[in-house]
Design a protein around this ligand. Sequence first.
Ligand SMILES: [Zn+2]
Length: 263
Amino acid sequence: MDHRSPIARSRRRKLVLLLLALVILPGAALIAGYPALRTVAGVILRHPPNEALLRWFYEPSARAALSTSFAAPCPGYPFLTPSAGLVGGLPWNAAYAPYNILQPHPGIDIFGDGPEGTVPVYAAYDGLLTREEDWVATVIIRHDDPLQPGRVIWTYYTHMASVDGRRSYIVDRFPPGVTALPVRQGELLGYQGSYNGGPGAQPIGMHLHFSIVRSDALGHYLNEAVFANTLDPTPYLGLKLNDPSSGDFPLRCLPPPGAAPSS
Ligand SMILES: [Zn+2]
């Protein structure tokens, strides 16, 4: 027989209910949520470009078959694909980790085959090159937009240094602090590296990150890390870079703009 007061009994019942809520509900949510979590992870891992990336790193014999390489721009398109390798990090605007819906991937990543500092990176188009004073691994080139004459756009190239930032792989012609130096399409800028901000930064594997950046009203480049400041590279390079189902490697040139679709 319970000799405690009804108030104490009611308090104890509340405490038990609270404990149940604290322990059982999150547990149940976790169990129920686990398959969903697994599905999401599965979709990310099965995403064709990611599958290709896993093969690129774990199956070096597959690299030749995955590698995209062009000596000239795709017919009918203005920009040269600036480096050779697996065009990963797709699609442009990918929202899977480390990116998300609010901050998707603002460019494309080209993973080259070879040691660091040996896979060339070329200017995508004629323009004026700038390398800010504190840029170890990055250059940016200003262009008159060939698809929208009168508009200023920029192409951005990064990760061109050793992982610790001690060795820059940018060629000597473009030292830190250089501003608006004329460059031609296809001119050597440097070599792929794996610099991502120096010691302690997330490892990224050797690649080139390439993006097309909008400018402000004065023609100065905007912050490349903000997705909204970048443009879809598909119509510039003539490669399908904005389609989540893209996973047909190596990538091939799209038909020239305005060409009748092949049957
Ligand atoms: Zn990237």
